[in-house]
Each structure stands twice: as structure tokens, then as C-alpha cells.
Write a protein that binds this ligand. Structure first.
Ligand code: RUB
Length: 307
């Protein structure tokens, strides 16, 4: 069993990646950590729990699944440590079970939107988006996928391997081929790191170019997102922070050293405005982006944003 710092490090270095996997790992790590604090007096327990929560949340800034998972796991109403740990344990169990079931439900709901013969474009590597694709394939639909490489980390390679192993015909393209290739596509299916209250999607850098090219070609864009990918704090006017990653992901540092007038910008995510999104598939149903507030209120609860 990894300790909290090991899990935090795995999230930071992207050994654990993808908004859903990050959330599940964080919930489990916080639960295990809380159990180790059982001999502390209540006040110290609370302080150590908050420190642990912060360590996890600080690892990556963009996927709201992480602070949501941490907030949903750590909340408790007990005044004694053992009872608090019991509550945290059952919160984590519930969160992790829901997260696993959500993937299947999203798969089933989303697959309704996929027809026999469809060509689906996807970006990066999203377990929720892949669940939709695999479910449609399992239903016997004759589908194929166009997957983007997703520079600089090339998560598209994870996607093509997974689809290949499932027997789904797949074409890999470089990110800059998205617009040219859109002619061959019937619909776009992507995942989400965050969805803000105005229905905007924050996902892997390049997602917005898929959505814009899809709109230009009059193709639908479907987002696969568990309800815990919605961002309650955007209700308070907070913007979702876009993670800036190291230049080393983009260019060899030795080459960069020879180019004193060049700097590298490496934003890991971008924002797709709601008007480019046709439907968000969650585990509780398919919503237009304009219903983001309702999802936050009814399925996460406003208190998670301290409202
Ligand atoms: C992954 C990414 C995925 C979302 C959703 O980015 O942008 O589309 O996280 O994934 P990174 P999932 O590789 O930087 O974590 O559906 O698996 O939660």
C-alpha cells in the first residue's frame, strides 16, 4: 500500500493520471492516511488530515476531480477520532464505488449516441470517453476511432493501445491533422478534467481545437464526465487554473540551452466554451452544458464550495 506522499508523487509525476484515476487514488490515500492518525487527539488529527488533504490537492491544479474527491472523503461530523475515521472510511468506499460504477453508466448512456458505422474522434486518454466507445463496440456497432497523438506527453499512445487490444479499428493522427481529418468523423467524444458552472470544459490541451473543427464541420461533440468533474468553486467566480508543465516535455533541455532567445510555453489543458459542446454524459444522465449548475447543486451539493 502506497503512503500518502508516494501517491502524491505518483500524481505529480503523472504515473497516476487522468482525472478519474487521480480522484480515486487520492480518496484511497487520504482514507489510509487518516487510519494512521488514530492515536492522535482530535484537534491534532484534524490538523494532520488538513495537511494531508493539501498535499494531495497541491499535486496538480486543473482536474477538479482531485479537490472534489478529497473534500467528499474527508468530511465528517464526529468529535472523536475513531468515529471520524469510520466516516472517512465509508466516504472513501462510497466515492470509489461510485466512481467505478459511473464509468459503466457513462458507457451505457453515451453509447446510445453512437450509431452503426460511426467514426469517432477522441483526444488524449480518457477512461470515461473510452468507456462509451467500448460499450458501443460491445453492442455490436461497427465503429472505428481516430485518436490524436496528444503532444507533448502522447497519451494518445495509451488510447490506441487500449483500443487495439479491444479489437477496435483505430487510426492515429498528429494533433495538427485534426481539422483536415474532421471530414471523416461522425462525432467527437472526449473526457473532462473540469466543467465550470457556465458549462465550459477544461480538458487536455488541444480539446478546443477538436471542438471548433467539429462545429465548423457540423459534427457533435460529446463530453464524458462523472458528476465529480464539475467544479463547485466556479460558482464563487473562481477560474479553473490551467497547469503549466515543464519545457522538458516539449524540447530536449540541451537543445533549449543553445537557444537563449527561446522560451517554451507548455500549458497542459485548454478551455472549450459551452457553445461548442452538444452534450455532457454523466452517470446520472445526459445534460446540455447549460445545466452545469443543476449538476453541481443536485449531485455535489453547494456546501462543497463553502456556499
Ligand atoms: C488527461 C485528460 C483526460 C481527462 C479525463 O490529462 O485530459 O481527458 O483527465 O480522463 P492528463 P478520465 O494525462 O494530463 O492527466 O476520463 O480518465 O478521467
Amino acid at each position: 500500500m502506497d503512503d500518502l506522499n508516494t501517491t502524491a508523487e505518483k500524481i505529480r509525476t503523472m504515473e497516476i493520471r487522468g482525472a478519474g484515476r487521480i480522484a480515486v487514488a487520492a480518496s484511497a490515500a487520504l482514507r489510509d492516511h487518516a487510519k494512521k492518525l488514530k492515536s492522535l487527539p482530535m484537534k491534532e488529527f484534524e490538523i494532520k488530515l488538513e495537511e494531508a488533504a493539501k498535499t494531495l490537492v497541491d499535486t496538480r491544479p486543473t482536474a477538479v476531480s482531485l479537490p472534489n474527491a478529497v473534500a467528499l472523503t474527508k468530511r465528517h461530523s464526529s468529535t472523536n477520532v475513531y468515529a471520524a475515521i469510520d466516516e472517512i472510511d465509508s466516504n472513501a468506499e462510497k466515492f470509489i464505488k461510485n466512481a467505478e460504477e459511473a464509468l459503466d453508466k457513462i458507457g451505457r448512456i453515451g453509447a446510445e449516441r453512437i450509431h452503426d458505422g460511426d467514426v469517432i474522434m477522441t483526444h488524449c486518454n480518457s477512461h470515461a470517453a473510452i468507456s462509451i466507445i467500448k460499450t458501443a463496440f460491445d453492442q455490436g456497432k461497427d465503429i472505428s476511432v481516430i485518436a490524436t497523438e496528444s503532444r507533448p506527453r502522447r497519451q494518445g499512445f495509451i488510447t490506441i493501445r487500449e483500443l487495439n487490444d479491444y479489437g477496435i479499428p483505430t487510426t492515429l493522427i498528429v494533433d495538427s491533422a485534426v481539422r483536415l481529418t474532421m471530414k471523416k468523423v461522425d462525432l467527437v467524444v472526449v473526457g473532462a478534467d473540469s466543467i465550470s458552472v457556465n458549462g465550459a470544459l477544461i480538458n487536455k490541451i488541444g480539446t478546443s481545437q477538436l471542438a471548433m473543427a467539429a462545429q465548423e464541420a457540423r459534427r457533435n461533440v460529446i463530453v464524458a464526465a462523472e458528476t465529480y468533474k464539475f467544479s463547485p468553486r466556479t460558482l464563487l467566480g473562481e477560474m479553473v487554473e490551467i497547469e503549466d508543465r515543464s519545457s522538458e516535455e516539449v524540447i530536449d533541455p540541451e537543445i533549449l540551452k543553445e537557444l537563449p532567445n527561446v522560451k517554451v510555453s507548455n500549458p497542459a489543458f485548454d478551455v472549450t466554451p459551452a457553445e461548442y459542446i452538444d452534450l455532457i454524459i454523466t452517470e446520472v444522465g445526459a445534460f446540455p452544458p447549460a445545466m452545469a449548475f443543476t449538476v453541481i447543486r443536485d449531485y455535489l451539493g453547494l456546501e462543497i464550495a463553502d456556499i
